[in-house]
Design a protein around this ligand. Sequence first.
Ligand SMILES: Cc1cc2nc3c(=O)[nH]c(=O)nc-3n(C[C@H](O)[C@H](O)[C@H](O)COP(=O)(O)OP(=O)(O)OC[C@H]3O[C@@H](n4cnc5c(N)ncnc54)[C@H](O)[C@@H]3O)c2cc1C
Length: 434
Amino acid sequence: MKYIIIGAGVAGFAAIEAIRSIDESGEITMISDDPHGYYSRPGLAYYLTGELHDKALYPRTQVDYKKLNFKYLRGRVTQILRSEHALEIDGKSRLTYGKLLIVVGARAIPLEVPGAKLTGVVKLDHLTDAQNILKLAKRGKTAVVVGGGITALELTEGLLARGMNVHYLLRGDRYWSNVLDRNESKVVEGRLQAEGVELHYHSELKEIIGKKDRVSGIRLGDGSTIKCDLVAYAIGIRPCLELVKNTDLNIDRGILVNEHLQTNDPDIFAAGDVAQVYDPMSGRSVLDSLWNPARDQGRVAGLNMAGRKRAYLKSPPFNVTRLAGLTTTIIGAVGGGRDDDVIGIARGDSETWRQLPDAIAAQGGFDANHVRILVGEKTLIGAVVMGDQTLSIPLQKMVAEKMDISSIHDKLLAPNAKIADVVADYWSKHVATA
Ligand SMILES: Cc1cc2nc3c(=O)[nH]c(=O)nc-3n(C[C@H](O)[C@H](O)[C@H](O)COP(=O)(O)OP(=O)(O)OC[C@H]3O[C@@H](n4cnc5c(N)ncnc54)[C@H](O)[C@@H]3O)c2cc1C
């Protein structure tokens, strides 16, 4: 069998490992246009702050690659020719496939304001972007961050760590309003301000002003200006669909796949950030931009390409991340409302989080140590854990395994309930009896 994998991210490598676990001799070729190959994209945030060296971003060694026995081609796939089972690479050479996996990920949605192409306007998709930011970030100079979600804060933290003065523009009155509640947004904003970030509420970027092709400032909707040397944006990401647009593969916001990660062409599979996958929680097909689901989907796609019939069971998505230095876990459906700072989804984000669950919110703790849970009739639907992470894993398990919480339902919803204590007590009893 001839397998081709387009994209060298976590989904692609998980697929190769899965194929090799059942097919030792099939010919596997991976093609990627990223000059840096496979590295941790979530790690880029820590590379920006200087907490991680670029060498620490690579999860695999040359020895690991050798063991997997595959061919790696550096190039851009420019066309999929389905009727010929072939790919066009860099507009010229062709390769034929038996089974194809599309794992081309997602890309930052570009800013569409005058001046968006000036030198000094940056985003954070790839290692090359992070290197570019580090080249442009200068101690004592000023940056403006536009957008929302996790990446906007990662950019803010990275630029602060490099000694820049940072202005953060928010279109509305609070940060990440469709995932966090008002309290949680305020905690994050307070920490940003304490770090010296200047927050601008109800502010819309209208124009980036340049001098000799370089950023020199921005103009806001109300006509006011801010002098700056760099503009970093994170207004959302979009699955890379150019490659499949003329192929008659079914697409919506991403490439639509069934539970086997198979497209409407039985020889073509898709996984990771580019795939739109069925979510049993909502009964809809949703996008995630999360490392673990991309890896798990890649694995299932690889097994199925090699002849197995494995179903991918999407579990409630979670992410342990850092918001303004505060460790935060987001689990399942916690959202609602709107976020005018992000179009679609952001990096490290899931459409599932945005769903307004049929549940009652209960919360406990204040400021940095905070737990919010979404309580359904018999199960927990979602949770946000900020600061102290003792309950992060118990809550992930309680949501993912739909554990019956009837015995503590009323206690959780009682006025002034000590939510964290009730959950901890439930969990310790569960562990004792498991
Ligand atoms: C800054 C940042 C922070 C993040 N934070 C988190 C986090 O906190 N938690 C979390 O869970 N996830 C996070 N993520 C998201 C996570 O990294 C992604 O969900 C995951 O990497 C997706 O893997 P993938 O294999 O689907 O795609 P990708 O890793 O994007 O890989 C796609 C590959 O396809 C290649 N490619 C694209 N088009 C072509 C083409 N036409 N021809 C050839 N090659 C092509 C690309 O070069 C790349 O190699 C973050 C991502 C970023 C960038």
